[in-house]
Design a protein around this ligand. Structure first.
Ligand SMILES: C[S@@+](CC[C@H](N)C(=O)[O-])C[C@H]1O[C@@H](n2cnc3c(N)ncnc32)[C@H](O)[C@@H]1O
Length: 268
């Protein structure tokens, strides 16, 4: 089925066209979806319907939910040949589930899960899953690096913005690993200590998210799956080689980029 992706003419919005062009993202999701089957699948945030298309022959019934009306219309068109797929134009946060599914697919990811509703949506849907291990993707690994950035600003390094100038000035640290198999607290508040590797100035963090697609497959960042996010600090400080710097970082998952707060706590 993946080979057909380049041949079939999927109806898309410009955003979903970019998602479809990101073959690394698509192949990783296809690899996971092609190995699962069951009676019922929920595809949450179906977009143009491509993930339901991958799953169509493996499930008795698929309910594909999309809140954006234009995307819903394209999914409906793209999936019209499959009698077992119902495409619904609704917000998953208010959708009334009434049946437990064998699997949930939910790709509403973004770097750090800060700006999209992945966590809120899964918290609302997880009670309607027979086995909480059956969510694709399974989770994310969030990584931070201290950097010196030219014109430090809150920006993604994505398809439209790949000429950012910066250098990494210390070690990378895992901020957290989030598995989507329980209801998850949306507030993140962490202290991270970096060891600085060169005499430099320090003015921003590079935030990288790797997606755990299955227990055996991780992916990204890719151009459209969690591109690195740069987070400027409130002030620029000079640091010396081998010094330690403790940063406080907080944000609300699903709350948007405006919820990000940073503070330099200590340099020693
Ligand atoms: C990153 S796109 C992925 C689309 C598709 N699943 C794919 O992998 O190509 C996420 C989609 O989720 C939809 N979405 C976001 N929040 C939603 C919500 N609360 N309820 C339903 N759809 C939502 C967006 O409109 C968007 O189409």
């Amino acid at each position: 089925m993946i080979n057909n992706i380049n041949k079939i003419k999927f109806k898309t919005t410009p955003y979903h066209y970019n998602l479809l062009k990101d073959t690394e993202r698509l192949y990783a999701l296809y690899e996971a979806i092609s190995h699962v089957k069951g009676d019922l699948l929920y595809d949450l945030g179906t977009g143009c319907g491509v993930l339901s298309y991958f799953a169509a022959n493996n499930f008795e019934k698929i309910i594909a939910i999309e809140k954006n009306y234009k995307s819903y219309l394209s999914a409906k068109e793209n999936l019209k040949e499959f009698n077992n797929i119902t495409v619904v134009n609704d917000d998953v946060l208010s959708f009334k589930f009434n049946e437990k599914a064998d699997y949930i697919i939910c790709e509403m990811l973004d770097t750090g899960l800060i700006d999209e509703e992945q966590i809120l949506v899964l918290n609302n849907a997880i009670d309607y899953l027979k086995d909480i291990n059956n969510i694709i993707p399974k989770g994310v690994i969030n990584i931070l690096e201290p950097i010196l950035m030219e014109n430090a600003s809150l920006v993604y390094e994505d398809v439209d913005n790949n000429y950012l100038k910066y250098e990494v000035i210390g070690d990378s640290k895992i901020l957290n690993i989030i598995y989507f198999k329980n209801k998850i607290k949306k507030e993140i508040s962490e202290e991270i200590t970096f060891t600085i590797s060169k005499n430099s100035n320090f003015n921003a963090l590079k935030f990288t998210t790797i997606t755990i697609i299955t227990d055996n497959l991780v992916c990204g960042p890719t151009p459209m799956l969690n591109p690195p996010l740069f987070i400027p600090l409130n002030n620029e400080v000079s640091v010396v080689k081998n010094s330690k710097i403790m940063i406080y970082l907080s944000y609300i998952m699903g709350g948007g980029l405006d919820t990000i707060k940073t503070k330099i706590n200590e340099i020693y």
